[in-house]
Design a protein around this ligand. Structure first.
Ligand code: IVH
Length: 669
């Protein structure tokens, strides 16, 4: 092997190990050692090396997580040992009865030692490792036969493609896959923005992702997993208890729950369960109870199993977050883009410690699907802190004289005739001057992710619009302390604070501003893409429909929506006013390809006047590539002071050596 090739190979292996290590630090230990940007750079370097040497790609390379082609269908997988389910307990008495049953069964007076774990509300899977490599993943299915979802599980970044210790033979690990609440919310936000119906809860969304045929679709939902058990191959770990097992799994690089607790008796298990319930709403994922397991494996063997569930464990469920109540009224809210959303006004009901008075009914189709009417008895569910929703109507309990509900033909706020566009599920008020739309647009403009004007909340905006002080975003910058101080619940001090917050918000980024304008289909991500493409408000107004469509990540629907917004004279006038009021920061990361630099490979060495990474970023921004080792493929070695072996090697290979000044010239050219 030529020495350059050997160096490439060594670097490739090093990158693979480093990246796997960082994935483990980030996703399993939740304790990253490098920034996301630094990770991305290492990843890009690996992609490049693998592209040059495709035969060196191994199945445990981090690039192999989403690389796979779609599968034609999900093949059946027979579980070597059946995946059992658990019996349930609903309350302390049932848990005590479970404990009494076990002690009677084995004829024991002294307390049994249990392990308490959270019961993750996700999808049960089995992971098969052969000689330490992840080779197959499957769903539970009916417990005996599940489905092959290897391609989708590979996208789960906390799942190690290779175990961190040598293990020969087969090892089957049982785990629960779930979508963290934040990822679920983000996913639904993006779906709503794209005009799609939101997913009902993280669990459904996980089930859907795991059954995708195309792993790229699964990869869009950043799932996580925790491991809690074993199938075949358990002997190879020679563990004697659940606590030992979890410790061993963690050593292998598998993620285990950080909320596990040894419990010396049923009473301690009950206490654990209640503490977990207290913490439920603060956890970043959904749990629906605890699982209480006998710790000692010898005792488990003695206890054995019932039909489809082991005798040694029980699912101790939290009280449901579903309740029944009556619908007192159905109200219609008008949103920022004029969309009419029906909201059920409920007879107040306690669900999981929260009083619920409203539940979303989404749209007319949903009302018809549920067949819900004012006066109905309904099931209301609260999942995480998502808005409560009506999940079912008890039709047998319907009072006499009800009529089907229809969204109004006129806007409840301004009285304009509402419309339902052909290809949309929503009914809208088309009047841009409708006070409801004006208020919502202002709220969105001032919100945290847009201009972030602290203190300019819903109530104030309502008053200011009603008083005629506010109509469009640019009016915000005309507000003064005096007039603000005369509003309800507003003193001189808060008025001054608000004016100061408004002043601070004048300095903003183009991305935030474009998001704040509230163009349809332009969420936070697309706003940043537009900002990078357009560079300024004037640049944006000048973009043609074709140019917008030709931009990465922007499809015809978004392009048409942006263009239509910009073609409206009122909007253009407002953009002009905002341009005068604001101090807009221009994005810095734009790629400006330079012919001399494009696709050229640079290596940086020696002491430079600024951190190496800052030069590397600029080289990449100009279309060049940066590598850390010198080879025949290197085009430029940028040598700073005290350059050492890389300089020697470059000279040996005849690679062009330049200094910092020459690099600056190339980047400026
Ligand atoms: S142990 C013999 N531990 O709950 C079955 N299961 O109703 C052993 N689950 O199918 C399961 N978190 O999908 C176990 N910490 C945990 C769990 C857990 C969630 C799920 C799993 C299982 C279902 C049983």
């Amino acid at each position: 092997m030529p020495s350059g090739t050997r160096a490439d190979r060594a670097r490739l292996e090093q990158l693979r190990d480093q990246l796997n290590h960082h994935l483990y630090r980030y996703h399993v230990l939740d304790d990253p050692e490098i920034s996301d940007a630094a990770y991305d750079r290492l990843y890009a370097e690996l992609v490049e090396l693998e592209a040059t040497h495709p035969d060196w790609v191994t199945p445990d390379s981090p690039t192999q997580r989403v690389g796979a082609e779609p599968v034609p269908g999900l093949a059946p997988v027979t579980h070597a040992l059946p995946m059992l389910s658990l019996d349930n307990a609903h309350g302390d008495a049932e848990l005590e009865a479970f404990d009494a049953r076990l002690r009677r069964f084995v004829g024991r007076d002294e307390p049994i030692r249990y392990v308490g774990e959270p019961k993750y509300d996700g999808i049960a899977v089995e992971l098969l490792y052969e000689d330490g490599l992840f080779v197959q993943g499957s769903t539970r299915g009916d417990g005996r036969v599940g489905e092959d979802i290897t391609h989708n599980l590979r996208t789960v970044r906390s799942l190690p493609l290779k175990l961190r210790r040598e293990i020969s033979g087969s090892l089957e690990v049982r785990a629960e896959v779930f979508l963290p609440i934040a990822a679920f919310r983000e996913l639904n936000r993006a779906r709503l923005e794209a005009g799609l119906d939101p997913y009902a809860n993280p669990r459904n969304s996980t089930a859907g992702a795991l059954r995708q045929l195309d792993p790229r679709a699964a990869a869009e939902r950043p799932m996580d997993l925790v491991c809690y058990g074993l199938g075949r191959g358990a002997e190879s770990l020679s563990v004697r208890s659940q606590l030992e097992l979890l410790e061993r799994l963690a050593e292998l690089g598998l993620r285990v729950s950080e909320l596990v607790r040894p419990c010396e008796s049923a009473a301690e298990a009950i206490a654990f369960h209640h503490e977990l319930a207290e913490r439920r709403d603060t956890l970043p994922f959904e749990i629906d109870g605890s699982v209480i397991k006998v710790d000692d494996f010898a005792l488990r063997d003695e206890l054995g199993q019932l039909n489809r569930s082991p005798r040694w464990a029980i699912a101790f469920k939290f009280p449901p977050r579903q309740e029944t109540t009556r619908i007192e009224d159905i109200r219609t809210d008008v949103g920022r883009t004029g969309v009419l959303t029906p909201v059920a006004v409920l007879e107040p009901v306690q669900i999981g410690g929260v009083t619920v008075v409203h539940a979303s009914l989404h749209n007319q189709d949903e009302i018809e699907r549920l067949d819900v009417r004012i006066g109905d008895l309904v099931f209301v569910e609260r999942a995480g802190d998502v808005i409560p929703k009506v999940v079912k109507v008890v039709h047998g309990e319907r009072p006499d004289g009800t009529t089907p509900y229809r969204l109004p033909d006129t806007c409840p706020v301004c009285g304009s005739a509402t419309v339902r566009l052909e290809d949309e599920v929503a009914r809208r008020c088309p009047n841009l001057e409708c006070p409801a739309q004006i208020k919502e647009r202002l709220r969105h403009f001032a919100s945290r992710r847009a201009l972030d004007i602290e203190g300019l909340g819903e109530k104030l905006i309502d008053q200011l619009v009603e008083r005629g002080d506010l109509e469009r975003p640019s009016d915000i910058f005309e507000l003064d302390s005096e007039s603000l101080a005369s509003l309800d619940r507003m003193g001189a001090k808060s008025a001054d604070n608000l004016v100061a917050a408004i002043q601070r918000s004048r300095h903003t980024s183009l991305g935030r501003l474009l998001y704040g304008l509230g163009m349809r289909h332009v969420g936070e991500r697309i706003a940043v893409v537009l900002a990078e493409r357009a560079r300024s408000l004037a640049g944006l107004t000048a973009l043609t429909l074709e140019e917008l469509e030709a931009t990465d990540e922007i499809g015809p629907i978004i392009a048409a929506s942006v263009r239509a917004f910009l073609d409206d004279q009122h909007n253009r006038d407002e953009i002009g006013r905002l341009e005068r009021e604001l101090e807009i920061e221009v994005p810095v990361t734009r790629k400006v390809p330079r012919a001399e630099v494009t696709d050229k490979v640079f290596v940086l060495t020696g002491a430079l006047s600024a951190p190496r990474e800052s030069f590397a970023d600029r080289i990449r921004a100009a279309g060049g590539k940066v590598s850390s080792s010198v080879s025949k493929k290197t085009d430029f070695l940028v040598a700073g002071e005290r350059a050492g072996s890389k300089l020697n090697k470059a000279e040996e290979l005849g690679v062009r050596v330049i200094d910092e000044t020459e690099l600056e010239e190339l980047l400026r050219a």
